[in-house]
Write a protein that binds this ligand. Structure first.
Ligand SMILES: Nc1ncnc2c1ncn2[C@@H]1O[C@H](COP(=O)(O)OP(=O)(O)OP(=O)(O)O)[C@@H](O)[C@H]1O
Ligand SMILES: [Mg+2]
Length: 301
């Protein structure tokens, strides 16, 4: 392990939307962004979406592609498509791109090692859809300690041998909570926008609830703000939603929308870069993580 430095920083849990990882230059741009984030900020867990590709295949096969408040209705006929697309080509090409960019990326789903278990909290309304109920944080920490970047397709075990489709934002929130890590939700819009399309730089839970109630936040943004509210209510100091890019890396995550707890002191657009504290969380001891040595010339990064 020579050449590895060690850091005790809590991991970042980065969720990337399907549109950011379509094949082509954008995928490679995301991979090099993630690789640099890893080198500068330490341990990283990635969760990906891919809803558009699932919908495209559904439609090609003549199956309905329905969503309710940003979550896919997953009938028993649709579930294999979701599994096939997300744990198949989407996960594989993201993992390949990250490895080409010099990371040691490991493709997984929540079913792997039963690392993420979920439960259907909508009483079957959405079909085979769940929300995370248990995350094996110890297993994940073992991977992070080895310098691995886990890359999750958002599918979970139902604890009884079955698989549940989980919205990727909520999946990432479950992992961030379990690890005491900072949640970053990357998407194809500048952040949460108001009714006139202006970026809202800073939102508290009560402000977010009002935006959902009046429909300003709708569709795919709903599970994102739910994910943010969930981790804030569990003690996180901040959550970020916005697009990835060079500014996001070098000056703290600038632009985008910061979600902060009610009454958090105003610190401008970007709250101070203090990662959410693992204090009071079920992390046994402050772990230290090896950083990957630069693998120069390891591919077409
Ligand atoms: N108030 C809002 N501000 C910004 N975006 C909004 C708002 N309300 C709804 N949206 C929609 O939310 C979308 C992002 O969610 P969406 O589920 O489509 O993408 P994603 O979650 O990044 O990707 P994936 O679903 O593949 O993981 C935006 O493209 C936008 O159309
Ligand atoms: Mg989405």
């Amino acid at each position: 392990m020579t050449g590895h430095t060690r850091t005790g920083r809590p991991p970042r849990v980065v969720k990337v939307g399907g549109r950011e990882i379509r094949p082509g230059p954008e995928l490679d741009a995301f991979a090099s962004w993630a690789s640099e984030l890893y080198r500068t900020s330490g341990p990283l867990v990635i969760v990906h979406g891919g809803g558009d590709e699932v919908s495209a295949l559904s439609e090609r096969l003549g199956l309905p592609a329905l969503k309710v408040a940003g979550q896919r209705v997953t009938t028993p006929e649709v579930l294999p498509l979701v599994e096939g697309v997300l744990a198949g080509p989407v996960n594989l090409r993201l993992v390949s791109a990250l490895n080409r960019a010099g990371l040691r990326a490991l493709g997984l789903s929540g079913v792997s090692g039963e690392m993420v278990q979920a439960r259907d909290v909508q009483a079957g309304l959405l079909g085979r859809v769940g929300e995370p109920t248990r995350v094996d944080a110890a297993f994940l920490q073992q991977l992070l300690l080895q310098g691995i970047v886990p890359v999750f397709a958002p599918l979970a075990s139902d604890g009884e041998g079955g698989v549940l489709n989980v919205n990727a934002d909520l999946f990432a929130a479950g992992i961030a909570e379990a690890l005491g890590g900072e949640l970053v939700l990357l998407t194809d819009v500048p952040g949460v926008l108001d009714g006139e399309g202006r970026l809202l730089g800073r939102l508290t839970p009560s402000a977010v609830r009002a935006l959902v109630a009046d429909g300003t936040v709708h569709g795919g943004m709903v599970p994102k703000v739910e994910a943010a509210l969930r981790v804030l209510s569990n003690g996180a100091k901040r959550v970020w939603i916005g697009p990835f890019g060079p500014t996001a890396l070098h000056a703290g995550l600038r632009g985008g929308t910061w979600f902060v707890p009610e009454g958090a002191p105003l610190e401008g657009r970007a709250p101070r870069a203090r990662p959410s504290s693992p204090r009071g969380r079920p992390m046994a001891a402050a772990p230290t993580y090896p950083l990957l040595p630069l693998r120069l010339g390891a591919g077409a990064g």
